[in-house]
Design a protein around this ligand. Structure first.
Ligand code: FE2
Length: 299
């Protein structure tokens, strides 16, 4: 059965491209490029870009791009979506070219995020991403695992969980349900794609003014997490959650606020699921140490 292989790119609308360029280069350590339409491409590896920041007023996630494998697998996946009644659109050659892919479809989720499905990423540049020299280690965990994960907030949590599982066809990883006040729970459900990063997408029932709660990128060297945290603090970037560790994906990470207001988690050591032995659990806390909260993710 054709299914999503990995989260290959994301697109943001951002109001301050210059702030994003500085943040990406000087804090996170990404490479940068300018695309023909004037958008800011952020590079993590040999892909032409992995995040695209386009000029907009809304400051939020607009698109999530999924690699579906071969052209045949893409067609089979789209046919399966349509058989479930999903209103999948075929994107034209111009849009596919702008995404550096050969064939592209799209589908909007109940939370307003447009998911894009593609085969054939083109335009690879074998230079490792031309990453910022501030990195100590060899860059980011990408490849078959994709760029990291996104956490779109569900307007209706049960509907969101069901949509990502039943329509998008993501695999259930596990769930965290933490009591935060008498009778009040923070709840999140985590999903993985075929290549097994613990989650490429999670959704939660958190209060939020934005579609995106946060995006996570993973360094290959643990020291780059701490160094990025130091750089962020020195630059006065708001730290949402201090350094800590998640019990489910085993990620060592911290969370900061991006120039667009939504969060970015930078981590190391995330778990890759072995489907044969995986036994989903329900955890009762988001973090097993650290992640002290300084503020909410977005106002
Ligand atoms: Fe995360």
């Amino acid at each position: 059965m054709a299914e999503l292989q990995n989260l290959a790119y994301v697109v943001f609308g951002v109001s301050d491209l210059a702030a994003w360029r500085g943040f990406a280069t000087d804090i996170v350590g990404l490479g940068t490029t300018t695309t023909p339409d004037g958008s800011l491409g952020l590079r993590m590896d040999d892909h032409p870009w992995r995040m695209l920041a386009t000029q907009a007023t809304e400051d939020d996630l607009t698109h999530a791009g999924w690699d579906v494998g071969s052209a045949e697998e893409l067609e089979a996946y789209v046919a399966a979506l349509r058989s479930k009644g999903a209103d999948v659109r075929e994107e034209d050659a111009q849009r596919a070219s702008a995404r550096s892919v050969t064939r592209l479809y799209s589908l909007t989720d109940p939370n307003g995020v447009i998911h894009e499905f593609f085969s054939g990423r083109t335009g690879l540049i074998p230079d490792g991403g031309n990453l910022s020299p501030i990195l100590r280690g060899p860059g980011f965990m990408t490849g078959d695992l994709g760029i990291g994960h996104i956490l779109p907030v569900s307007r209706d949590y049960d509907e969101g969980v069901a949509w990502y599982r039943d329509i998008l066809g993501l695999r259930y990883s596990d769930r965290i349900r933490q009591l935060i006040a008498p009778g009040v729970y923070a709840d999140a459900t985590f999903f993985h794609s075929a290549t097994g990063r613990h989650h490429s997408l999670a959704t939660g029932s958190f209060p939020s003014s934005k579609r995106l709660n946060h995006l996570m990128l993973e360094y290959r060297d643990m020291n780059d997490v701490g160094l990025a945290c130091d750089r962020a603090k020195k630059a006065g970037i708001p730290i949402v959650l201090e350094l800590g560790h998640h019990p489910n994906d085993q990620m060592f990470s911290f969370y900061m606020r991006t120039p667009s207001g939504f969060g970015m988690e930078l981590g190391h050591g995330g778990l890759v699921i072995d489907e044969v032995s995986w036994e989903p659990q329900i955890y009762d806390r988001m973090s097993d140490w650290g992640h002290a909260r300084n503020m909410n993710m977005a106002d």
